[in-house]
Ligand binder design. Structure first.
Ligand SMILES: *[C@@H]1O[C@H](CO)[C@@H](O)[C@H](O)[C@H]1NC(C)=O
Ligand SMILES: *[C@@H]1O[C@H](CO)[C@@H](O)[C@H](O)[C@H]1NC(C)=O
Ligand SMILES: *[C@@H]1O[C@H](CO)[C@@H](O)[C@H](O)[C@H]1NC(C)=O
Length: 455
């Protein structure tokens, strides 16, 4: 049972369908218990210091360009592929399991809203750039103890599009999406526009929710201290009824008062607000009834008018410093806690500010090699080299892989061969009617013939 090979195979036998039989499940839980203590909680070596490198010399010619066209030194990366980075949505999957178990639909929506916020919480202080996935690159993650498995594939290179599909091992939910962050360089900052839809289906409740992520901005990429801001409106729509939850990720504003704040509400079909949701994406989310919230806001405003604040213009060449993070979330009496972030391990600061979950994502456990698709990110030599602190190797390997990808594309164009995706197909999202990449199934049958040689 301790053999990871056997562990994976036993899961696999049952995986012709998307759910596992009860017997297999008991078995897998027993196995996952053994497996659980296995995940590593740190990287092999601490990160390389970035302090001595001048980004300005690289970037000053690139203002307004799309970031994918700029080559940055590898020292600004973090040793994860973007496919692994989006897998971090799954860190708080217990919120989805909670949503599945709740009989009341508004309560379910609250849990889904908390999940949508928690899914971007791992971005906090993560200023390292993940590696761009190669076309055809895949990533899988099975976490028995959290009851899900996930597979993702890089389905397009220009524009870069990553598609993922996660499913509950007991048939409770399906969670999928295709993501293509459009990165733009704005002189002092890099902004990622969140293109692509995320869909969550709660199968037992016959409900589907869709949303897209907020904007994400990395400030001070040239001067000063790097910091991350997320802003924009995230609308979670319940497609069974058209009811929705609107979450406003606030830009930090002039004095940083709004830094990290998220505020929103759930409304029913008659557009009546049923509940207010508030908190910080870096910290925690609460829900409260609208009356209590309004009353609290009013009393807060009164206090504020007494304090006059000075205007500070930010249109200059200096670094846009991250405002001091003010008090933590101020809890309105009568609120219920929906989610609280786990603290990061102490060594996180020297390891790209990874969470415990992120630390484990590139782990290649003994026995896994025989099971993973050869296109899995864990086999990428550049990421592996960086993870082990071999920066020159990492840089060389990254260049080699990119060159190999270019050569393969050239060959295809000569022979009129089209690239075809392997595990996802171009289709229409049944809920939004928009173009989307949908899982065509079969990955966990592990028939890997005809996979491209991308490494
Ligand atoms: C979502 O749709 C379901 C199914 O029609 C409905 O029962 C439920 O009230 C809706 N949930 C919310 C939170 O609006
Ligand atoms: C990690 O977080 C610290 C504290 O906010 C920050 O100074 C540092 O730049 C971050 N490191 C990375 C690699 O993002
Ligand atoms: C996917 O299909 C849509 C139309 O449904 C089309 O516009 C788009 O170009 C296709 N994308 C790819 C990469 O094939």
């Amino acid at each position: 049972f301790c053999c990871p090979l056997h562990f994976y195979c036993s899961v696999d036998k049952a995986s012709g369908k998307s759910t596992l039989g009860k017997k297999d499940l008991t078995l897998s839980f027993a196995l996952s218990f053994l497996h659980f203590f296995h995940f590593r909680t740190s990287l092999p070596v601490p990160m390389f210091s970035r302090n001595t490198i001048s980004v300005w010399s690289i970037l000053k010619k690139c203002i307004g360009l799309e970031l994918s066209k700029i080559t940055m030194p590898i020292v600004f990366n973090e040793p994860l592929s973007f496919l692994q980075r989006i897998t971090e949505y799954m860190e708080h999957i217990y919120l989805i399991n909670r949503a599945c178990s709740l009989p009341d639909s508004i309560e379910r929506m609250k849990a889904v809203a908390a999940f949508a916020v928690s899914a971007v919480a791992s971005q906090w202080d993560r200023t390292g750039k993940p590696f761009n996935p190669l076309l055809g690159e895949t990533y899988e993650l099975t976490r028995e103890e959290h009851g899900f498995r996930l597979v993702s594939e890089q389905v397009s290179h220009h524009p870069p599009i990553s598609a993922f599909h996660a499913e509950s091992l007991v048939g409770d939910f399906v969670f999928h999406g295709s993501i293509y962050p459009k990165l733009k360089f704005w002189g002092k900052s890099v902004e990622a526009e969140p293109k692509g839809t995320i869909t969550l289906e709660l199968l037992k409740h016959n409900e589907a929710y869709t949303w897209s992520n907020p904007y994400c901005c990395v400030h001070n990429i040239i001067l000063g201290k790097l910091w991350i801001e997320q802003y924009g409106t995230v609308e979670i729509v319940n497609h069974s009824t058209g009811d929705k939850c609107v979450l406003n990720f606030k830009p930090c504003g002039m004095f940083g008062k709004e830094l990290h704040k998220v505020e929103g509400y759930i409304q029913d079909k008659s557009k009546k607000k049923c509940c207010i949701i508030y908190g910080k994406w870096t910290e925690c989310m609460w829900s409260v009834d609208p009356q209590s919230y309004e009353a609290h806001k009013k009393s807060e405003k009164k206090g504020e008018n007494r304090k006059q604040k000075q205007l500070r213009l930010r249109q200059n060449d200096d670094a846009d410093d991250m405002p001091e993070v003010q008090e933590t979330v101020c809890v309105v009496p009568g609120s219920t806690l929906l989610w609280r972030i786990d603290s990061r391990p102490a060594h996180s600061a020297t390891m790209y500010n990874f969470t415990n979950f992120a630390m484990s994502l590139n782990e290649l456990e003994p026995g896994m090699e025989a099971i993973l698709a050869p296109t899995d990110c864990r086999f990428r030599p550049d990421i592996r080299a960086m993870e082990n602190g071999r920066m020159d190797d990492a840089s060389r390997e990254k260049e080699r892989l990119e060159e190999k990808q270019r050569a393969a594309r050239k060959d295809r164009s000569k022979s009129d061969k089209e690239w075809s995706t392997r595990w996802f197909g171009n289709g229409t999202n049944p809920y939004t009617g928009l173009q989307d990449w949908l899982y065509t199934g079969g990955y966990f049958d592990r028939h890997y013939q005809d996979l491209p040689d991308i490494y």
